[in-house]
Design a protein around this ligand. Structure first.
Ligand code: GRF
Length: 202
């Protein structure tokens, strides 16, 4: 059984989509070992507790990044996690953290990377006048929203879209591709060639 550690800061809908995929046996051989938030008021923490999943706040406010990450890493080790999923985790993690879990940290970002990294990706796409948006699941490396891409899904941008309507359309696809990407990574049926994630048939 592979043990997932989820890091979030807010709503937690991607976490819930992963939990649902496990419940519906679309993510075989995986369980969520722990949910961690850097904010106590994250709705995702309450949702995890409702599901009886171990869930803890490790507050980041007022703490140095390295010290906070060291606490987070210790907690992840304590729960013996195999794979870490950032799911709306609004913190940049340190190089030490990335190196401690090589190719074992995933992130979901609401744009077709490398377009529109960083905050407010949906707003960035709208303001730029892009006609297509999308979401990306990628490995986390030392640079923000930069690591090897595992899966992407495009969605159209409509002329009357607002940040809210576009975000909602994207979120539906995020909930589909994140569990799928986790399943692919856990299967181990891939190689990474330079920046390319390449599936291998067994
Ligand atoms: C999602 O749009 C995700 O792509 C981004 O942060 C948002 C988190 O939403 N990284 P939720 O907390 O999973 O509902």
């Amino acid at each position: 059984m592979k043990r997932l550690g989820i890091l979030l800061s807010g709503r937690g809908s991607n976490f819930l989509a992963i939990a649902k995929a496990i419940r519906e046996q679309r993510l075989l051989g995986a369980r969520i070992a722990v949910v961690l938030s850097n904010r106590e008021d994250a709705a995702g923490l309450d949702a995890a507790r409702d599901l009886k999943i171990p869930a803890f706040c490790i507050p980041s406010a007022g703490h140095k990044r390295r010290e906070h990450d060291a606490e987070v890493m210790a907690r992840l080790h304590q729960h013996r996690v195999d794979l870490i999923c950032l799911a709306g985790y609004m913190r940049v993690i340190t190089e030490e953290f990335v190196r401690a879990f090589p190719n074992r940290i995933l992130n979901i970002h609401p744009s077709l990377l490398p377009s529109f990294p960083g905050l407010d990706a949906q707003r960035q796409a709208l303001e730029y006048g892009a006609k297509v948006a999308g979401c990306t699941v990628h490995f986390v490396d030392e640079a923000v929203d930069h690591g090897v891409i595992i899966l992407q899904k495009a969605v159209p941008i409509k002329e009357d879209d607002t940040v809210e309507t576009l975000s909602a359309r994207l979120l539906q696809q995020e909930h589909a591709i994140y569990p799928e990407a986790i399943a692919r990574v856990l299967s181990g049926d891939y190689v990474i060639e330079d920046r390319r994630y390449v599936r291998r048939d067994k």
